[in-house]
Design a protein around this ligand. Structure first.
Ligand code: F0G
Length: 362
């Protein structure tokens, strides 16, 4: 019979910031804070990869983080460092996930949290996460870029001593590097290609920094090519100019003036990679297929990574023997309305086997 875990074993579950402490700005003076972030699965996309002729296609399932997105990796570091510095309040702009994460970690740390969001553009689950966690939520008549401008101004003014936890806070990107470390640890090497959605462009920059850290430390021998994907209606890096009114169904990456633009371009160019745009239709098709063919329910923005890989495969621009990792950045449960719009109503039947059979057409 299996033995119940001992107390020691229960305590042995590693913490993300401890596991990668050598690569993080964590010292003995940094308060310990965790909601169980990181250690997300790397899942082989057998059916989708098979159809593409790419045998080694994987998804990094970041929706399994505590608040359902990759943001928790950076937030745990940023909020720990804010506590260490004696902060009492946090502020961020967000397309939804950063605010959900800031609200949760702020609550756990006993800090006041203020989030500024583009009104009417936040997926339902994300908005509720911030509200239920007790954050003060301000919806502005403007887009994410406007919200970021506002919070930068508020955080910078002496009248409001409050820590900015958007990815312009360097601790956020430090923490997000751990996604790259985990991918390498799970594969036993660096992937050949890392495909990732690009919004404010922090995550592609963080992954690239993580891959370089691991190679510099001699843990890996190679570096991946970084493939970033923006939504067609919100593709400033692809166009090479700011987009005043970004539009896409992928609201998480509805951003016209990314804060980490320069870093993302460097990640692209230094890695021999690319940043291209995918259409909302391509995003939705990839999103649906991830759920239906692989059992992975991510949010639409997350599927931009696979949509891009499928586009490149269709254009014969992929090496089929490459090891490719698509980062699925957030959980599908975040955005029930987009999901609702893509499915019909459930079948309805009386509570008998005969009626259920009839409803199924058996
Ligand atoms: N995928 C999801 C699910 C996101 O929430 C975001 C960004 C991205 C991808 C893009 O990552 O910004 O580092 O390039 N969400 C931010 C937010 C902007 O406020 O939650 P990025």
């Amino acid at each position: 019979m299996t033995q119940p875990p001992t107390a020691a074993a229960a305590q042995g579950r590693p913490r993300l910031v401890e596991r990668y402490r050598a690569f993080l700005p964590i010292s003995d003076a940094t308060p310990s804070l965790t909601l169980g972030e990181g250690f997300t699965p790397l899942v082989r996309l057998g059916r989708i990869g098979g159809a593409l002729g790419v045998a080694n296609l994987y998804a990094k399932v970041e929706g399994q983080n505590p608040t359902g997105s990759f943001k928790d990796r950076g937030m745990v570091v940023a909020v720990s460092k804010a506590l260490e510095a004696g902060a009492q309040a946090l502020i961020c702009a967000s397309t939804g996930n950063t605010s959900a994460s800031a609200a949760a970690y702020g609550a756990a740390a006993g800090l006041e949290v203020v989030v500024v969001l583009p009104r009417g553009q936040i997926a339902a689950g994300k908005l509720l996460q911030a509200q239920v966690a007790g954050a003060k939520v301000v919806a502005i008549e403007g887009n994410f870029d406007d919200a970021l401008r506002v919070v930068r101004e508020l955080a910078g003014s002496a009248a409001h001593p409050i820590t900015l936890v958007n990815s312009v806070n360097p601790y956020r990107l430090d923490g997000q590097k751990t996604g790259a470390f985990e991918v390498c640890d799970d594969l036993g090497r660096a992937p050949d290609v890392l495909a990732i959605p690009v919004g404010n462009a922090g995550n592609i920059s963080a992954y690239w920094a993580g891959f370089r850290d691991y190679r510099a430390a001699g843990i890996t021998e190679s570096l991946p090519r970084m493939f970033g994907f923006q939504a067609e209606g919100a593709a400033p890096i692809v166009l090479g100019r700011r987009v005043e009114s970004p539009e896409t169904i992928a609201t998480a990456i509805r951003i016209g003036d990314p804060a980490s633009w320069t870093k993302a371009v460097a990640a692209r160019d230094d890695s021999g990679g690319l940043i291209e745009a995918v259409s909302d239709d391509e995003i939705l098709a990839a999103w649906r297929d991830l759920a239906r063919q692989e059992g992975l329910f991510c949010e639409p923005s997350s599927a931009a990574s696979l949509a891009g890989i499928r586009r490149l495969a269709a254009e014969n621009r992929l090496e089929r023997d490459a090891t490719i990792v698509c980062v699925l950045t957030g959980s599908g449960l975040k955005d029930p309305r987009t999901a609702e719009a893509s499915v019909g109503s459930p079948l309805v039947a009386d509570p008998t086997a005969a009626a259920v059979s009839a409803a199924l057409g058996w």
